[in-house]
Design a protein around this ligand. Structure first.
Ligand code: DLZ
Length: 163
């Protein structure tokens, strides 16, 4: 499949594929629920806007961001018809090293699950210094990173089925 990519300086306006044929799971961490709830809503609304049918969106919760990768692994192991998993979490810097361990485990774990199943597993996790930075990215002045996670899922699911 040889193609020539044009306009290399501007990929930001590539079209967002329709999700009408996709089944997508959203796994949401309960920690910092005010933030992750807003990210989830952004992701869900964006999938609906791009024609994923409501019955093809599977929404699940897990206790914390640390559990996201394990949950995605279980899901993809049990359900072969899922086209992409969006992992949503929010880790806020505290006084201990918990922040680093959770962020590292989530990033590495989510990467590994995607590679293991050859399916898009999206890192929709905010890792912020404080709550305000998270609010700003969960529907605040920096947009909603849940929307971006959903768009990434659509683009990567489309990428996967085009090859
Ligand atoms: C323990 C913990 C802490 C301190 N902070 C967060 C956080 O900011 N965001 C988050 O999603 N989860 C946090 N957790 C919980 C861990 O993700 C995990 O649920 C527990 O360590 C149990 O494995």
């Amino acid at each position: 499949m040889a193609t020539h990519l044009k306009n290399l300086s501007d990929f930001s306006h590539t079209t967002i594929p329709s999700g009408k044929d996709f089944k997508i799971a959203i796994v949401v961490a309960e920690w910092n629920a005010k933030i992750t709830g807003a990210l989830y809503q952004g992701a869900f609304d964006t999938l609906i806007k791009h024609e994923v049918s409501e019955e093809n969106i599977l929404s699940l919760t897990v206790p914390g961001t640390f559990e996201l990768a394990g949950a995605a692994d279980i899901l993809l192991n049990k359900m072969s018809d899922i086209d992409a998993v969006i992992c949503i979490g929010c880790v806020i810097q505290g006084d201990t090293k918990h922040f680093d361990f959770i962020c590292d485990a989530a990033a590495q774990g989510i990467t590994n699950v995607g590679i293991k199943y050859s399916k898009p597993v999206i890192f929709g996790v905010l890792t912020t210094n404080d709550e305000q930075q998270a609010i700003d990215r969960a529907g605040g002045k920096h947009g909603n990173k849940g929307d971006e996670a959903a768009i990434t899922a659509l683009k990567m699911a489309d990428y996967s089925c085009r090859l």
